[in-house]
Design a protein around this ligand. Structure first.
Ligand SMILES: Nc1nc2c(ncn2[C@@H]2O[C@H](COP(=O)(O)OP(=O)(O)OP(=O)(O)O)[C@@H](O)[C@H]2O)c(=O)[nH]1
Ligand SMILES: [Mg+2]
Length: 456
């Protein structure tokens, strides 16, 4: 498919900067540039060469002093003719150049439309298009590595290989439909299909980590009042975000902040200390919010004051985490520790703890270990390389493919007719094709590109 219109957008973020870039894509990109722009030296336009000059009004007044480059199709981001103009990075300069281009017949690009054109032109597959946004939104270097790997196309290649394997077996099944007497049931290599399911299982096993790196993990700090939740939050963030005081009930509302924990993007949620004997309405509301936060988290840090005997409120706080995976954090390790608490706390479990760590928010003792323990848990089953599935859309498609292959194998085993087996294998291929976008609906494309920003 080829688009017949030319799109334009400011590709750099709003605000002031040294430069701001305007990007044009489509058949008229160069013609528009030639209309609005006067190069310093008159010469024929050569592709991929940056030229110095000015963007002018219709009456030849200077709008801005710029550098411009023309990238000839198909050697460009979109696969179409693309022009990029580096203007001064001020709102008025950029807006004025943009308006001038719109007057020449270009239209404002929709969010993600440049990348969508690259996909439609076949320059990248859909999983690579999605990776563009993942690269932009990556919050840690590990997340970036994973997004870059997907942008380079490993997932598309892997999926294409899977599709080829299924199609090979599908051909044997179809041959049986056409020539039932000549092609044996055993012509289908069930072993190859079982192996494919194993490969999908491996990809799915690493996907939890992939998604944690892409989307971040939610880690909730829980415990009775005064155990040191807010102090720990401040330690983990390396700045004083939350108010800390010796008064029980200091934090009354939940408070969220993000940090990079050894490469894992983590959103920490500090909560109001959990009690069940509060008569204060605001405190009760805070406690309710703490419980809600726990319900939506990936991991809990359950804090116990190791310098004090356990109280009934500790039990309430421990129970509040439900079956959320949790690390037991024994705080105030700089004080004289209470032997009984050290002995009993790890046993006070609703579900087993992932680990138990002693820390001091005062000296910083144990904070490194705690960070490592969190990262280890959140990166569980992570392949050491960057080739991880990280998008729930891909996970869903892989799961559906897996179950269709399973159905096909069952149908083969039960000696169902070949056309029934074929239906299952075709469905398996269709599920995989959604990942690369080889066969997708307009609606799916809309959802994928809705996440994008204008100009990308
Ligand atoms: N010695 C010592 N004191 C600590 C430690 N952590 C916190 N504290 C002190 O304990 C008190 C309560 O700390 P907070 O961080 O406000 O406790 P919290 O769990 O957020 O309390 P609420 O918000 O009331 O639920 C403050 O006086 C802190 O200075 C620690 O590791 N060692
Ligand atoms: Mg607090």
């Amino acid at each position: 498919m080829k688009y017949d219109d030319t799109i334009v957008a400011i590709a750099t973020p709003p605000g002031q900067g040294a430069i701001g870039i305007i990007r044009i894509s489509g058949t008229d990109a160069l013609a528009i540039l030639q209309k609005i722009y006067r190069p310093r030296r008159v010469a024929a336009w050569r592709p991929h060469v940056m030229r110095y000059g000015h963007v002018l009004t219709i009456t030849d007044q200077i709008i801005d002093e710029v550098l411009a480059v023309w990238m000839r199709a198909p050697r460009s981001y979109t696969g179409e003719d693309v022009v990029e103009i580096s203007c001064h990075g001020g709102r008025i300069a950029l807006e004025s150049v943009l308006q001038r281009i719109l007057m020449c017949g270009a239209r404002m690009a929709n969010a993600g439309e440049f990348t969508m054109r690259a996909y439609v032109a076949g320059r990248i597959d859909l999983s690579q298009a999605e990776a563009v946004m993942d690269v932009i939104q990556a919050q840690t270097s590990q997340a970036l590595g994973q997004a870059q790997a997907q942008l380079q196309g490993w997932l598309g290649q892997q999926v294409t290989q899977f599709i080829a394997t299924i199609n090979y077996e599908l051909a044997a099944v179809v041959a049986r439909i056409d020539f039932p007497d000549e092609v044996a049931e055993t012509a289908v290599d069930t072993h190859a299909l079982v192996q494919l399911m194993t490969s999908i299982d491996t990809l799915l096993a690493g996907a939890r980590t992939g998604m944690v790196l892409r989307d971040g993990a939610r880690v909730v700090l829980m415990g009775r009042p005064n155990v040191g939740k807010s102090s720990l939050l401040n330690r983990l963030l390396r700045h004083d975000r939350a108010i800390v005081s010796p008064i029980a009930g200091t934090t009354r509302d939940t408070l969220e902040e993000s940090a990079d924990i050894l490469g894992v993007p983590v959103r920490f949620i500090d909560t109001a200390g959990i009690t069940d004997d509060s008569t204060d309405v605001v405190e009760q509301l805070g406690v309710a919010r703490s419980r809600t936060a726990a319900a939506h988290a990936d991991l809990a840090l359950v804090l116990i004051d190791a310098s004090q005997p356990l109280t009934p409120q500790d039990h309430v706080a421990l129970a509040a985490r439900g079956d959320l995976p949790a690390i037991l954090v024994l705080t105030k390790a700089d004080l004289t520790l209470c032997d009984e608490t050290l002995r009993d706390a790890p046993l006070l479990r609703v579900a087993p703890f992932v680990a138990s760590v002693q820390i001091s928010n005062m000296s910083g003792h144990g904070i490194d270990t705690l960070q490592q323990t969190m990262a280890d848990h959140l990166l569980d089953h992570a392949p050491a390389h960057d080739l991880r599935v990280s998008n729930s859309r891909h996970v869903d498609a892989l799961q559906r493919c897996h179950s269709h292959i399973q159905d096909a194998l069952r149908a083969l085993q039960a000696h169902y007719t070949a056309d029934l087996v074929a239906v299952d294998l075709q469905a398996a291929v269709a599920a995989l094709a959604e990942i690369t976008g080889a066969d997708v609906s307009e609606a799916l494309l809309d959802t994928v590109f809705a996440r994008f920003c204008i100009g990308k």
